[in-house]
Design a protein around this ligand. Sequence first.
Ligand code: HPA
Length: 287
Amino acid sequence: MTENSGLAEYEWAADFVRERAERSGLHLSDSRPIGLVLGSGLNPLAEAIEGAVAVPYEEIPHFPTSTAPGHEGRLIAGQLAGQTVVAMQGRVHFYEGYSAEEITFPIRVMQRLGVGRLILTNAAGGINPGFHAGDLMLIVDHLNFVGMAGHNPLIGPNMSAFGTRFPSMTHAYPRSLRNAALKSAQELGITLRQGVYAFLAGPNFETPAEVRYLRLVGADAVGMSTVPEALVAVHAGIEVLGISTITNVAIDHLDADKETSEEEVMETGRIVVPRLTALLTAVLGRL
Ligand code: HPA
């Protein structure tokens, strides 16, 4: 492997999407599109996109296909709140068996399509004791446990066509975008919590001891996505805004009556969609 080997695959995928959009009269190259990744249970948000061109992941060369529940697997380009957006309706996860590099393939394709700002959404468990199911949390920073275990999408020869060998993560979630989200939330009367997102591989939910550990080390929410995408985006010069929907409160004691379930995650996701749609629409209007 040499530097930038594999670049052609990103270019092919981007060309394919660009041409599909072009056929529907959407000129992605001229429009500085904003990227959007919709997490578990948040798929309905894509329905708000107007004049949409939807391309199933299976049709895009080299694109990974989504196997997770609640993840449709379509790339949707169109207009939302006066902005051109390229949205992933469903993402792929590390727990599906893809490598960290494979799950972030779409982000580099977005960069090739001219995306300079990316909004990442996810479903997460609340670790901060002040959080409730249904809360929205602005991601201010992250803990990359999977990366610490050696699975970082930037491992391997550096792709200098995208960015530098040692990208800084000090400003991974830049203040300008966070302020746009906070102002929008304030105007809409939506409570937007702020916190640190911890990325674990999953697919199991955490044990009570793991939940207490995560709280101890400074996590406010925990989930199974987003961080690899943020890393690859920052490396490629894309600004990232991250919003978690707290779909459940992570359980921190052994004698709890209930346990975390996929049903709860999906159901709370559905309940939150209108609020998150309102917030994201307002944020897009500000960018
Ligand atoms: N843990 C990990 N990932 C999650 C959770 C959780 O409690 N809820 C939604 N995604």
